[in-house]
Ligand binder design. Structure first.
Ligand code: GDP
Length: 327
């Protein structure tokens, strides 16, 4: 899959900025490549494109399998396209490293969007640690912005760490839930609500409307007891139907309201600044760990140190020092 040669970064950046989809796809493939020369080229590319990034609305979406993420993204995406927006859909799927493929971001799940020239869908990078997958998705997001997409949706599944990673790269984090409280209220306990900017209860259609409203009331009272992410934004709870489209416009309006409020208060810029610095540290961590896996002899050294620590032959502090020397 990796391109054989290192591409001409200047030309690639130019084509990408002009909105060339094939160039965008090639650029993301370059970012996802594990080859050292590709990675160096990818860093140059992102640096070159940096002035063209940052203008999109970045929205993270999470929810358990079956909650309706793909149906929602399809419906919301078509709504945005009808309103003149172009959107990119990316995914962070930590399970893809194990299974070799990501279900999230799969084009067949979003049939209408996949057929639209105003949408670009890219599945989760399929290799590496969660940190690595998330870092690559974040860079793909920057490339999509440089290519002129107005809205970036980053999808993930309801697993703690991947949710935090997506919340850390987006402006707005949307948690999807099902009608019928009980189990779903677990999300509140697990700390999801501390990072969610809105809870949206899907499938509020047909016989489900009543239970969706009841669930919304439960979430609202539960949220009341918790402190939210920002003093200026108390996460609303809404109901909608991805199937009929009822409530989709209102849902998007909340995201715009959030942006307006956070921009006015300065929280928007502060959050982006904070995220950028956080990503620098995260990427440094990635690169240090990659260094320890770089070649067979280093890997063997690391393994030896590890087993010496496990067997009690080497103090962890001394071992950490030896690891530092390896770096
Ligand atoms: P995902 O696993 O979170 O991506 O969920 P999907 O989007 O694949 O949806 C799971 C199932 O729920 C599918 O059978 C959808 O047709 C159904 N579904 C999604 N949204 C709605 C909705 O708003 N109302 C109803 N009744 N069913 C929905």
């Amino acid at each position: 899959m990796a391109p054989p040669k290192v591409p001409d970064i200047k030309a690639l950046a130019r084509e990408l900025r002009a909105g060339d989809r094939a160039a965008l796809a090639r650029a993301i493939t370059l970012i996802e490549s594990r080859r050292a020369d590709h990675q160096a080229a990818a860093r140059d590319l992102v640096q070159a494109l940096l002035p063209s990034t940052g203008k999109a609305i970045r929205v993270g979406i999470t929810g358990s399998p079956g909650v309706g993420k793909s149906t929602t993204i399809d419906a919301l995406g078509m709504y945005l396209i009808e309103h003149g927006q172009r959107l990119a859909v990316l995914a962070v799927d930590p399970s893809s490293a194990r299974t070799g493929g990501s279900i999230l971001g799969d084009k067949t799940r979003m049939a209408r969007l996949a057929a639209s020239e105003h949408a670009y869908i890219r599945p989760s990078p399929a290799s590496g640690t969660l940190g690595g997958v998330a870092a690559k998705t974040r860079e793909a997001m920057l490339l999509c912005e440089a290519a002129g997409f107005d809205v970036i949706l980053v999808e993930t599944v309801g697993i703690g760490q991947s949710e935090t990673a997506v919340a850390d790269m987006t402006d707005f984090f949307l948690a999807l839930m099902l009608p019928g409280a009980g189990d779903e209220l677990q999300g509140i306990k697990k700390g999801l609500v501390e990072i969610a900017d809105m809870i949206a209860i899907n499938k509020a259609d047909g016989d489900n409307v009543k239970s969706a409203n009841r669930a919304a009331a439960d979430y609202r009272s539960a949220l009341h007891l918790l402190s939210s992410r920002s003093e200026r934004w108390h996460p609303p709870v809404v109901t909608y139907s991805a199937l009929t489209g009822a409530g989709i416009a209102e849902l998007w309006q909340k995201i715009l309201d959030h942006r307006t409020a956070m921009t006015a208060s300065g929280d928007f810029a502060a959050r982006r600044r904070e995220q950028q610095v956080k990503w620098m540290w995260s990427m440094l961590e990635q690169r240090m760990l990659a260094r320890l896996r770089a070649d067979a002899s280093t890997r063997a050294r690391v393994k030896k140190i590890e087993s010496d620590v496990a067997d009690g032959r080497l103090a962890p502090a001394v071992a950490a020092g030896q690891m530092m020397e390896l770096l």
